[in-house]
Ligand binder design. Sequence first.
Ligand SMILES: Cc1ncc(COP(=O)(O)O)c(C=O)c1O
Length: 352
Amino acid sequence: MDIMDFRSDTVTQPTDRMREAMAAAVVGDDVYGDDPTVNELQEYAAALTGMESSLYVCSGTMGNLVSVMSHCCRGEGVLLGVNSHMWRNEGGNMACVAGVMPFPLDDSSGLPSLESIKSSYMPSGNVHYANTTMLAMENTHNSAGGIPAEVGAFAEAADLAKDIGLLVHVDGARIFDAAEYFGVDVKEYSRRVDSIQICLSKGLGAPMGSIVCGSRSFIDRARKFRKLLGGGQRQAGVAAAAGLIALKEMRGRLSDDHSNASLLASLLSGLEEHGIDVEPARRRTNMVYFKIRRGIDAISLIDRCSERGLLISLAGPGRIRMVTHLGLDEGSVRCAVVIIGDILKYCEVINQ
Ligand SMILES: Cc1ncc(COP(=O)(O)O)c(C=O)c1O
């Protein structure tokens, strides 16, 4: 049975070009800074984002954590979205490892509002406060529907944060989806912030790794924290070679994922009379969320789909997420919707 895996864009297989590059990679010991392929990837990423320097790390989670640790001291505060990956899905590492106090803000529309940034900020100079050091924003915003931040709104939030003295970090796991969606250079986002974390292992298709970009001194600190966390790798160029292909050759293909996700959303909307509600997205990149209104519970839908080779994921009570990526095409989308439709209609009949 062929498997169609819509659970996440992290499930992609490396392309043939990536596998060739990995096999041929010239490598060295990256903890000594001696791996030419890692160095090339880091230089390429810094140039692409217009930042002084960059660091290759094992994962997006590690990239976000070393950024927090490099920007903030223990006992300081970070403003971030209550639905953000950094708040909900990174094991509480900010509190547990970095000793930093997270202050969650409403981010249901993707970015935290200017008002919430202003009212949650706690200045230094008052002994009662965990004074706020940093604002973290997520772009695209995964759980808000994969929504990309408009450059203007993003700039307003970043500028406000800077005006009140905060450092700004972007969890840009899928920042190239945002840039591709609006047809803008990624620098439109990166030049406004102090650091950005970019995943190579999602829609860009590399098997692993993320890049953190920022100033030279920030990256020097991040390198130290990467080591402290056990993330110093030796001949990492084998994996970085695929990361280079991801950055050089795979950004342009993200628009295919966006059009496949739009098609998926519109075909799934045709099933709404059978008990689901597709979450509307003003700006759709590569994700579709829907809620189950009646007929079947979410776990049973996931199980029944998987029996037919369709993998989808649970994103909360009665909430399902489907993500498009390079392993899926228009045919997979159409086939997935037929399977979901069959199951919903069957449940309707047996529930009558
Ligand atoms: C928005 C966002 N940030 C960070 C991460 C973490 O990346 P990783 O799984 O490489 O740790 C993810 C992973 O899905 C994500 O969606």
